[in-house]
Design a protein around this ligand. Structure first.
Ligand SMILES: [Zn+2]
Length: 190
């Protein structure tokens, strides 16, 4: 799978609900886990591989939950506050401080369509919020304050040009440089 970079249209669309829990959904999830690991990320949402469906995968190495694939996820409770640096595989080389809830509870369906809940704190909570944002078309660039947007103006402009001219190259750059979908204070591979 190839990672889609900003400003590709699929990233800013609201993803479709998943209704078919079949073998192909499992295959997509498996391939997304692999793509996430290759990109040294701790999370990946389906729109980031060009699929506008409500599926995301998360794996934080030190977290006991292990690999989690979330279908049609929804935040049902959020509390507390944390601010930390975030990157995104679709925004290679860009890291900004983002304020998130410290703890979230998320209701979702597993790959068999069974209802599940997961509670996350700290990094897991941040990853859950980041990936669920993706499914609503909300991106790192939408989280930027005016000052952050100005500070990253050049990087964003370069990314726009690179995505427009050579999407494949941008995707490779994403895999080479970004911990992606993870705050650098606790990257999978520093
Ligand atoms: Zn992301």
């Amino acid at each position: 799978m190839t990672i889609v970079t900003y400003p590709s249209d699929v990233l800013s669309q609201r993803a479709e609900k998943v209704t078919a829990f079949d073998e192909s959904l499992r295959t997509i999830a498996q391939q997304m886990f692999q793509t996430m690991v290759d990109g040294q990320g701790v999370g990946l949402a389906a729109p980031q591989v060009g699929l506008s469906i409500q599926l995301c995968v998360i794996h934080i190495p030190e977290d006991p939950h292990g690999e989690v694939a979330l279908v049609n996820p929804e935040i049902v409770h959020a509390e507390g506050r944390q601010t930390g640096e975030e990157g995104c595989l679709s925004f290679p080389g860009i890291f900004i401080d983002v304020q998130r809830a410290m703890r979230v509870r998320v209701r979702y369906q597993d790959l068999d369509g069974q209802p599940q809940e997961i509670e996350g704190e700290g990094l897991l909570a941040r990853a859950l919020q980041h990936e669920i944002d993706h499914l609503h078309g909300v991106l790192l660039v939408n989280k930027m304050t005016t000052i952050q947007r100005l500070a990253n103006r050049r990087s964003l402009e370069m990314l726009r040009r690179r995505t427009a001219s050579a999407p494949q190259e941008a995707a490779e750059a994403a895999q080479a440089t970004a911990p992606g979908d993870a705050p650098p204070e606790a990257p999978a591979h520093p």
